[in-house]
Design a binder for this molecule. Structure first.
Ligand code: PLP
Length: 338
């Protein structure tokens, strides 16, 4: 067996169903940016929808068009645009477009055809979105375009930092103000959305009528203090390889930092050999040496399954689970199972 990322579709669907139930009556869009956090965007799209997601948040227009070309007909939301973004193709393909600048709004209105836009207000994260100072003018401009039939303002949204409940609340007050201004400008958005995984799971007030959930759908906790299983979620991805050689109690396993195994140093880091932890001696470019007598061909689990969770790897390497998962390159074989 070559190094393989097993993607368990059943766990993915179960996680989504759990999230859908816990945030109801708010609806759920599953975030599938960066190839569904390394799991495979095209492969998982249908499963997200059949598990109860109302749409997919894809990041950019090219990714949305890729999904459309694979026959995915559900709501697709793209919000990160460059100066070269092809809004015309996006509008033809019925993509819901997040809008963060006046230039984007004008470009989209010029294409027209009832383009569906979601106006984004910056509520403190400074990661795009209209500043509060421009918001009223933008809402009035958008309302004019909507009256002319060029656009439909389908949503008003923001993105909350994964900071802490207090700063979330502050951002939510700003968001409510922005929502009032939008409504008094004559807008009546179908969707109001602010929360990603952490706020969707912990703060009912942040759910409005739609949440955009990424990492939790893949069974990884958005919180430092707990892992996915504590939240009733199951990690979807398991990365495993086999022992290539074994001498003097050191086994060399396929899989290294070229193929998504983070470099760890010092004591404590381990992998699973037949369910038993074996400590990592060194992670090299293509192989990892571990302290084990396991023979050639023995399966070793690096991430997920009975091995360490992505959260644990994140703890060892000072990052977050998202980075561990998206760090597994596309060249590593994915196998989809249920
Ligand atoms: C990535 C992303 C999400 C999902 O975030 P998670 O914390 O992984 O749930 C939601 N909304 C936007 C705008 C994002 O960029």
């Amino acid at each position: 067996m070559t190094l393989t990322a097993h993607v368990d579709l059943k766990s993915f669907e179960k996680n989504i169903a759990t999230i859908v139930e816990s945030v109801a009556p708010a609806r759920v869009w599953v975030a599938v940016k960066s190839h569904a956090y390394g799991h495979g965007m095209v492969e998982l799209a249908d499963n997200a929808i059949s598990a109860g997601a109302a749409g997919l948040a894809v990041l950019d227009v090219p990714a949305a068009l890729t999904l459309r070309s694979h026959g995915i007909t559900t709501t697709l939301f793209a919000w990160l645009h460059g100066t070269d973004t092809d809004f015309e193709s996006a509008i033809d393909a019925g993509i819901d477009l997040g809008v963060s600048t006046r230039a984007q709004l004008e470009q989209i209105a010029r294409v027209g055809r009832g383009a569906r836009v979601h106006l984004k207000i910056d509520t403190g994260l400074h990661r795009n979105g209209f500043p509060a100072s421009e918001w009223k003018d933008v809402c009035e401009l958008a309302a004019g375009y909507q009256r002319d039939g060029d656009i439909v303002v389908a949503g008003v949204w923001t993105h909350l930092a994964d900071a802490n409940p207090e700063s979330d609340d502050e951002a939510l007050y700003r968001f409510d103000d922005a929502l009032d201004i939008a409504r008094s400008s004559g807008l009546n958005p179908e969707f109001v959305h602010a929360a990603a995984s952490p706020t969707a799971l912990r703060n009912p007030r942040a759910r409005y009528n739609l949440v955009r959930v990424g990492i939790a759908a893949y069974g990884i906790s958005p919180f430092d203090e707990s892992d996915g299983r504590n939240l009733g979620l199951t990690p979807v991805l398991t990365l495993s390889g086999t022992v290539l050689s074994s001498t003097d109690g050191i086994a060399t396993v396929e899989g290294g930092w070229f193929t998504g195994i983070p470099q760890v140093s010092g004591d404590g880091a381990w992998v699973s050999v037949d369910g038993e932890p074996a400590s990592i001696v060194a992670v090299d470019a293509l192989t990892t040496s571990i302290r084990s007598d396991a023979g050639v061909g023995t399966v070793v689990t690096f991430i997920g399954g009975d091995g360490p969770t992505a959260e644990l790897w994140a703890e060892w390497t000072g990052t977050i689970g998202d980075e561990i998962l998206t760090g597994i390159p596309a060249a590593v074989r994915r196998v989809y199972e249920r």
